[in-house]
Each structure stands twice: as structure tokens, then as C-alpha cells.
Design a protein around this ligand. Structure first.
Ligand SMILES: Cc1cc2nc3c(=O)[nH]c(=O)nc-3n(C[C@H](O)[C@H](O)[C@H](O)COP(=O)(O)OP(=O)(O)OC[C@H]3O[C@@H](n4cnc5c(N)ncnc54)[C@H](O)[C@@H]3O)c2cc1C
Length: 233
């Protein structure tokens, strides 16, 4: 899996803090931005996070490039409707030379199952090639490609949506691959904007586990896992 923060709103904390300050001040916008220090901005962001005034977080947008992840992951990812996506097409890109794929760790750890899995991938690649050789368009040949097939995707999310995404997808109840993606994204944005992503992560970082009966029961271990990560330290 390769995950990189391509770009973001310049000075994301300044933008969010200025938007928040605007709501409560009688002075003009330029004066608001010029007068604030990083410490002022971070204090203001802490305040709006506590108050639940989360609309202002939408002014900071972050864009990631992701590759070497399965279509199983991207299918879950694109359920997040407030994000924007551009994904490598299986219509316009063909896989005549074969496709890369993700092997779940549980399968990779057991050689007899790994062999079985690899044979299934090879059979899918053979079927794809046969269809293509028979003149079938990539958009139809792709029907034999598996969930494990690798994909590439560019994602843009604002800070409010990212915090929501981290809450759901950093949780131990989330699927392992999208959880790894979410953790990597969190580490990168928290390093850039620690105040914006303070206590971002699974729901149990900020209070009791919200999963009720479905809880993994390991909130203390999860909090240790995310200590430092969520502050960008
Ligand atoms: C552990 C786990 C298991 C899951 N299992 C399944 C499953 O078995 N089957 C399945 O289909 N999905 C499953 N999902 C996906 C889940 O149901 C959501 O579709 C996905 O997590 C996106 O979340 P969201 O809708 O909150 O986020 P987003 O689409 O990112 O939306 C963010 C927030 O905006 C608001 N919002 C967005 N659109 C609307 C709208 N149209 N109306 C009102 N409010 C809106 C909501 O408050 C929402 O929480 C699972 C997710 C997780 C984390």
C-alpha cells in the first residue's frame, strides 16, 4: 500500500481558525487572519472542536494518492459520499499483461492457502487474457477480475469528513486494509495540522467506545496504539 498526501489547503489551521473567528468578531476578514498567531489558531480550533462548531472544518481540504490497494478496499472507500474520488478505470486501462493483487495477511501466513489463492488469481488472469484475445472489450473482460485486484485512487476530503472517516475506519471493527489506509492518512494530516486532528481516530479516543455490544473490548490498547499518531508527534 502506498499512501501519500499530495496537497492540501495552504495553512489549513489558519484558514479554519479564521473562519471560526469570523463568526464571533466584528472586524474585517483581513484583520482577522493577520492578527492571529499559530497558538491563537490552535486555541480557537480546540474551542470549536469542543463546541461541536464543526462546519468551519470544511474549509481545509486534503488530497491523497493511494495505490497498491484492493478493489475490496476502494469499494468501501467510495461509500464515503462527502469525499471526492478519481479511480483508475478498468474500462480504459486493460490488464492484458496480468494484474497486481493484494493477499490478505491471514492467507499469506499459511503457505497451502497462499498457493490456492495465487492459483485463483492466475486463473482469473488467464480467463481475462482469453476473453481479450477473443475480441472482448476491457469493460466486459474485467468482470472476471477479483476483489483482490490492485487499484489506484486519488481522494480529497475536508477536515470534517476526514475526522468522520477516521472515527469509522480507524476502529478495530473496521476491515484491516481500509484501517491501515485510514491510519496512514491520519498520521500524515496530523503531522501537518495537529490541532485540526486532535483526538481524531476511532471513537474510543475521545470517550467510551461507541460500538456498544459490538465493541472490540480493547479500548485501552487502541488508545495506546493511537497515542502520538493523532497529535502528529
Ligand atoms: C465497521 C463497518 C461495517 C460496515 N458494514 C457495512 C455493510 O455490511 N453493508 C453496507 O452496505 N455498508 C457497510 N458499511 C458502510 C457504512 O454503512 C457507510 O456506508 C460508510 O461507512 C460511509 O459512512 P457514512 O455514510 O457515515 O459517511 P459519508 O458518506 O462520508 O457521510 C458522512 C456523514 O454525512 C451525513 N450524510 C451523508 N450523506 C447523507 C445523506 N444522504 N443523508 C443524510 N445524511 C448524510 C451523515 O451524517 C454521514 O455520517 C460499514 C462500515 C463500517 C465502518
Amino acid at each position: 500500500m502506498f499512501v501519500t498526501l499530495l496537497t492540501s489547503t495552504p495553512e489549513p489551521e489558519r484558514v479554519v481558525a479564521t473562519a471560526a473567528r469570523l463568526c464571533y468578531a466584528a472586524v474585517d476578514c483581513r484583520a482577522l487572519a493577520e492578527r492571529s498567531s499559530t497558538e491563537d489558531d490552535r486555541r480557537m480550533i480546540a474551542r470549536i472542536l469542543t463546541l461541536g462548531h464543526h462546519g468551519v472544518l470544511e474549509h481545509a481540504v486534503f488530497t491523497f494518492a493511494v495505490e497498491g490497494v484492493s478493489r475490496a478496499l476502494t469499494h468501501q472507500l467510495v461509500r464515503h459520499r462527502l469525499a471526492s474520488f478519481a479511480q483508475q478505470s478498468q474500462r480504459y486501462v486493460n490488464f492484458d499483461e496480468g494484474f497486481a493483487y493484494e493477499t490478505p495477511p491471514q492467507i499469506a501466513a499459511r503457505p497451502e492457502l497462499k498457493q490456492h489463492f495465487d492459483e485463483a488469481m492466475a486463473a482469473a488472469a488467464r480467463a481475462y487474457r482469453k476473453l481479450r484475445e477473443a475480441g472482448i472489450a476491457a469493460e466486459d473482460a474485467r468482470f472476471v477480475l477479483p476483489n483482490a485486484a490492485h487499484s489506484r485512487i486519488i481522494i480529497s476530503m475536508n477536515a470534517r469528513e476526514l475526522r468522520h472517516f477516521f472515527r469509522l475506519r480507524c476502529c478495530r471493527r473496521s476491515q484491516w486494509e481500509i484501517r491501515a489506509l485510514a491510519k496512514s492518512m491520519l498520521a500524515q494530516v496530523a503531522a501537518l495540522a495537529p490541532a485540526l486532528f486532535h483526538q481524531a481516530g476511532p471513537g474510543c479516543l475521545a470517550g467510551p467506545c461507541p460500538e456498544g455490544e459490538m465493541s472490540c473490548g480493547e479500548a485501552a490498547a487502541v488508545r495506546r496504539e493511537f497515542a502520538g499518531l493523532e497529535t502528529g508527534l
